[in-house]
Design a protein around this ligand. Sequence first.
Ligand SMILES: Cc1cc2nc3c(=O)[nH]c(=O)nc-3n(C[C@H](O)[C@H](O)[C@H](O)COP(=O)(O)OP(=O)(O)OC[C@H]3O[C@@H](n4cnc5c(N)ncnc54)[C@H](O)[C@@H]3O)c2cc1C
Length: 394
Amino acid sequence: MKSSPSTATHPLALLAVDGLLSAEEREIRATVRAAADRELRPHIAGWFEKGEIPARELARTLGGLGVLGMHLDGYGCAGTNSVAYGLACMELEAVDSGLRSLVSVQGSLAMYAIWKYGSEEQKQRWLPKMAAGEYIGCFGLTEPDAGSDPGAMRTNAKRDGSDWILNGTKMWITNGSVADVAVVWARTEEGVRGFLVPAGTPGFSAPEIKMKLSLRASVTAELVLEDVRLPADAMLPDARGLSGPLGCLNEARFGIVFGALGAARDCLETAISYARDRTVFARSLASYQLTQQKLADMAVELGKGMLLALHLGRLKDAGELTPEQISVGKLNNVREAIAIARECRTILGANGITLEYPVLRHANNLESVLTYEGTSEVHSLVIGKALTGEQAFR
Ligand SMILES: Cc1cc2nc3c(=O)[nH]c(=O)nc-3n(C[C@H](O)[C@H](O)[C@H](O)COP(=O)(O)OP(=O)(O)OC[C@H]3O[C@@H](n4cnc5c(N)ncnc54)[C@H](O)[C@@H]3O)c2cc1C
C-alpha cells in the first residue's frame, strides 16, 4: 500500500531550516534551483556517462545565472553574502558535484586568487569576463608528488631579467584543459608565489586526465610548464608564501560544506520517493521499520549538516570564521554526504547502480570531494591540532 504524499515531510523541513534564511537567500536559492533543473539536470546523466561536458557553454550559462564569483564584490560579480553563495553551491551539487566544482574552482579559487591578491590591471583584465563565464579559470597547486603537502611542490619560477621562467607539472587540475587562464603556484627564491598563465603561452600545455570513475562531468587535467616565459606583471603581487593558495582553498572548502549536502539531499529525496513507490513482500518498502530507520538516520545527519553549514555561513559573513571551523564543516558534511549516498543506494537495490537514478553517481563524485580541498585525514589533523596544540602532520 502506498502512503499518501500529503503526509510526507521533506527531510530538510523536519528542522524548519528555511526559517533561518532571509527572503533574499531563499530567492537566490530558488533561482539557482530552477535554472539547474531546467538547464543542467536533464543532461547530467549523459554528460557523466560520456565523461564530457560542454564546458564553454556551461560557463556562459552559469555566468548568466550570476553564480561565478557571486560572493565577490565589484568587477561584474554579484556581491552576495556567503550563505547565498553556499546555497547556490548546494543547488548545483544537488545536480552533480562536477558542476559545483566548475563553479567553485572558477569563483573561489581562480577568481578569488585574482580578486584578493591580484593587481588592479589583472583584476580588470580577467575578472569581469570570468564572472560572465566568457573566460574559464583553473587553479594549479597539486603536483604528482605534492598533494596534501603543497610545501613539497617542485614547480619553480626563476628570474630572467624582468621575466619569469616557470618549470614543473601540476596534477588533477579542475577546468585545466578548458581554462583561458591558469593560476599557477610555484616556488621562487622568495618563497611560493602565484602566477597567471594565459592559455596558449609557449611551453604551457594542459592534457586532460581520462578514465575517471568520479567527477566524470568535470574537466580534470595536468598542467605542464616547460620553460614558460612570463612577464613580471604575470605574478600576483599580494600573495606571498603558502598562505596565498591556502586562503583560496578556505573559500572553496566553505562552498563544499554546503555543496556536499546538495548531493546528499538529492540522494535522500530519491530514496524516499523510491521507497514509497517500490513494493517488496506485498508492501511499500517505505513501510518497513528497517527502511524507516535508514531514512530517519539520514534525515537527522542531513539536518545537522545543514545547521552546521548555516552556522559557519553566518560566522563567515560576520568575518569570524576560522580555518579550523571550515575543517569541521568540510570533514563532517562530506563524510555524512557520502555515507548518505551509499545508504540511499542500498534502498534502490539494483536500480541504484544505474545512471537512471543519481545516487551512485553522487556517491562516486563524493569520493573526489572527500579527497580534494583537503582530505578527511588532513581536516582531522587540523582539528586535532586545534584541540591539543600539537601538530601531527609530520
Ligand atoms: C577530481 C579532482 C579534482 C581536483 N582538482 C584540483 C584543482 O583544481 N587544483 C588542485 O590544485 N588540486 C586539485 N585536486 C587535487 C587534490 O587537492 C589532491 O588530490 C588532494 O590534496 C590530496 O592529494 P593527493 O591526491 O596527492 O593525496 P596524498 O597527499 O598523497 O594523500 C594520500 C593519502 O594520505 C593521507 N595523508 C596525507 N597526509 C597525511 C598525514 N600527515 N597523516 C595521515 N595521513 C595522511 C591522505 O589523507 C590520503 O588519504 C583535485 C583532485 C581530484 C580527485
